[in-house]
Design a protein around this ligand. Structure first.
Ligand SMILES: Cc1cc2nc3c(=O)[nH]c(=O)nc-3n(C[C@H](O)[C@H](O)[C@H](O)COP(=O)(O)OP(=O)(O)OC[C@H]3O[C@@H](n4cnc5c(N)ncnc54)[C@H](O)[C@@H]3O)c2cc1C
Ligand code: SF4
Ligand code: SF4
Ligand code: SF4
Length: 502
């Protein structure tokens, strides 16, 4: 089973160290579980034999790298991630940061959190006031490990669901090599008889362990990006509206999501898009793979019930390049899959992540009850739902518009959304929402140089009218204000209490 990894990643490593690390890596429970279940995995037919070995190689490579990083960190005092990347120079900084976070979960590394309080002057209702703010500092150190230490194993994600914090993104079910997980908009079931306890689902689940600290450190290393504690890393922020009448007919706000996706399809920048349309039941969202602009237009507009869109991502294996539209928890799920690679053939083709702003989503039944109890309407009478100016607004087939204060509808939202800190899809390539912009316009945040170039190419092509978000009212100020308020309200996740062995 031990096969010395022959990647250019390990160019600078001595053969002896590499051999030792690869030997240790092959003992990792995840690698073993995957390798030993080869027959079952191939029987399920999700992966071909070649893909199986591609995944296995990637798992051994990632694990070997971690063991080498661990070796270099032994004996050091607690260090910031930024200090660690200066010490461990053999691998790209973003790999090293991801490795440290993973080693923490495997039990090798301890996180030390220091909280400092500082006083800042803030303008509150026009008056300058002194306010105390907490600052968190995270340092990492290899634990003193006993000789008989066995690295922690990862439980299947039922532990996440049973703790009531699963956001129903569906990523785990697409990733499970033996199809043991079924995720719907409100359920998650694992077939214990099929599950081979590889823990792959846990590694990539956005609610299992946090990657926020790693993400912040990685993004801060990229000097082309600006960093905001309120809305994440970014290049620019805009307010924008589509210029196309066809899109105006189907859009939620500025029609920017549909405009970006149409441009990607028309210019062969993607072969397909994962988006969300109404299912046979109006307002019950259904994730779909679209290949044409005609089908894309059917996905326009917001469905406020949650859609487990990542459940279908494994069906996109046949495409070379795809775009994915989703809410912030899904953007984080995909990022985690990229950060902890297991070589799965379907993460590599996600070329564009278009993230929506999201304060909360609702169960489908919650939407039905909301329409009935707050507006005395049947859900089939509604042509649009919208959130704006602190109100939940509905449009009816009759042409009438009704609204209630947003606080009246919050009781219908999903409980697991209370564990979500991200308003603006911080992990997307381009984020789009309504907060900050006028009716018929969207607020847009570009989060990489490439994403900003793509956006500006679409503007140059005349498909989008665009202004700086700083030049519109209420603009960036409101996005940041609500972004902070979501972070503050977010409940913390603690799976450890439910997890044996940790
Ligand atoms: C559940 C939910 C909650 C939201 N909450 C807020 C909020 O609090 N504040 C805010 O500013 N914006 C929020 N948004 C985003 C906002 O409603 C618009 O989607 C956004 O402004 C883009 O508008 P657009 O006109 O550019 O999109 P369009 O061009 O109309 O395209 C809409 C896109 O959204 C996708 N979509 C629709 N429903 C879903 C769904 N349930 N899950 C995943 N993708 C979906 C469609 O596939 C389509 O591609 C929310 C969106 C969702 C789905
Ligand atoms: S359910 Fe999770 S732990 Fe079980 S086989 Fe699937 S991915 Fe592995
Ligand atoms: S990956 Fe998504 S669906 Fe699966 S357990 Fe985690 S949050 Fe839930
Ligand atoms: S609030 Fe968070 S968890 Fe809930 S749907 Fe939106 S992004 Fe997902």
């Amino acid at each position: 089973m031990v096969q010395v990894v022959n990647s250019k990643l390990f160019k600078g490593i001595s053969p002896k160290d590499l051999m030792e690390a690869t030997y240790q890596a092959s003992g990792n429970f995840q690698v073993r579980a995957f390798f030993e279940a080869k027959e079952e995995i191939l029987k399920v037919n999700k992966f071909s034999e070649n893909e199986f070995y591609e995944i296995l190689d990637a798992m051994i490579e990632a694990e070997t790298e971690r063991k080498l990083v661990l070796k270099e960190l032994m004996g050091n005092k607690p260090l910031f991630l930024e200090e660690i990347v200066k010490i461990v120079k053999d691998f790209p900084p973003e790999n090293v940061i991801g490795d440290v976070i993973y080693l923490k979960e495997q039990g090798y590394v301890q996180e030390h959190v220091e909280i400092k309080t500082k006083t800042v002057i803030k303008k509150i209702k026009g008056e300058e006031k002194e306010v105390e703010v907490k600052e968190f500092f995270y340092r990492y150190q290899v634990r003193d490990l006993p000789d008989d230490f066995i690295e922690y194993y990862f439980e299947p994600v039922s532990i996440v669901f049973n703790a009531g914090v699963c956001c129903q993104c569906g990523w785990c079910s697409a990733i499970c090599p033996v199809n043991a997980i079924v995720v719907t908009a409100d359920t998650l079931e694992i077939d214990e008889d099929i599950c081979m306890k590889c823990g792959l689902c846990f590694s990539v689940c956005p609610r299992s362990f946090s990657i926020d600290q790693a993400n912040e450190s990685i993004k801060k290393l990229d000097k082309s990006l600006k960093w905001s504690d309120k809305t994440g890393a970014y290049i620019n922020a805009y307010s924008a509206s589509t210029t196309k009448d066809d899109i105006k007919k189907v859009r939620q706000d500025g029609g920017i999501v549909t405009s970006i996706l149409e441009y990607l399809l028309d210019n062969n920048l993607v072969d397909a898009i994962v988006a969300v349309q109404h299912s046979e039941e109006l307002w019950r969202p259904e994730p779909v793979i679209v290949e044409s602009v005609e089908d894309l237009y059917k996905t326009g507009g917001t469905k406020y019930a949650n859609s487990p869109s990542l459940t279908i991502i494994d069906q996109c294996k046949k495409y070379e390049k795809i775009a994915f539209v989703g809410v912030p928890c899904m953007m984080k799920a995909i990022e985690k899959g990229t950060m902890f690679p297991s070589g799965l053939p379907f993460f590599k083709n996600i070329k564009y992540k278009i993230g929506l702003f999201c304060m909360e989503s609702f169960p489908y039944d919650g939407i039905i009850n909301l329409a009935k109890e707050q507006f005395n309407k049947d859900i089939n009478e509604l042509t649009k739902m919208n959130i704006g100016g602190g109100k939940f607004i509905i449009n009816l087939k009759s042409g009438e518009q009704m609204d209630v204060p947003l606080k009246e509808v919050q009781k219908y939202a999903r409980d697991n959304c209370h564990f979500c800190e991200d308003l603006t899809s911080d992990y997307a390539d381009i984020s789009v929402g309504s907060i900050g912009s006028q009716d018929g316009w969207s607020s847009v945040i570009t989060r990489s140089k490439d994403a900003d170039k793509l956006y500006n190419d679409i503007v140059k092509a005349g498909l989008i009218e665009s202004k700086s978000l700083k030049d519109v009212k209420p603009g960036q100020f409101l996005v940041e204000k609500i972004g902070v308020s979501k972070r503050k309200k977010c409940k913390s996740i603690n799976l450890k209490e439910n997890q044996d062995g940790h």
